[in-house]
Design a protein around this ligand. Sequence first.
Ligand code: PGA
Length: 257
Amino acid sequence: MSDRKLLVAGNWKMHGSLTFVKEMMTSLATMLPSKMNYDVAVFPVYIHLHEVINTKPEQVLCGAQNLSEYDDGAVTGEVSGKMLADLGCNMVLVGHSERRVMNRESNEEVAKKFAQALKYGLTPVLCVGESLLERQSNQTFDVVWAQIQAVLDLVGIEQLGLGVLAYEPVWAIGTGETATAEQAQEVHQFIRSQLALNDDTISRRIRILYGGSCKGSNAYELFSMQDVDGGLIGGASLTAQDFMAICQEADKLSQGD
Ligand code: PGA
């Protein structure tokens, strides 16, 4: 286990309602201990951010699922980093594979969003990962590194180090098919070793989360890998019970179990 603080991040995607948000916040307030040795964050849709920020337990962080690459202006339907920071957000996802695929976000656009997040004091969570086809044709490392390199080229290693990385193999997202702990560790270790070529301290300090069908039953094994510093959880973050089951595994590891 590393000394990096684990992060359990719930990506609610386009799910929920105001009632769902209120109930989740009440449940987390009851179920989470007030002092935790790991971080917890939730990522609701834009229109639920305000409710989460106003009702969340103090120890829970709140993030958006996306942000604009622009500061402001005639960009109908977009939300800027400045607005998210103004609302009280702490974090923001950038480059989730669903946005890369469905909204055709390029590595360069994702890099601009990463920079925007930092500009307004938000912690960007940069999501990277290969498709099944890319894995089968041995391109995993190339694809993942190209996604990170684009950000590195734009902001440099110091700034990259202010964010969080999330390795999410596309074939494991929402499919019930989790990467094995060894598969996750292999890619996490690769990322860290590449970063070390730029800055050894930052490579050791940066948190790299795993995402893709992570749940209570596999979280402990995944999080106990040397280079896995927590999880980005989709489906299993949609009920307080499932999400708490993962938090409890993070808690055990944070106690040095
Ligand atoms: P999943 O989603 O846990 O439902 O696989 C993870 C994600 O897309 O962040």
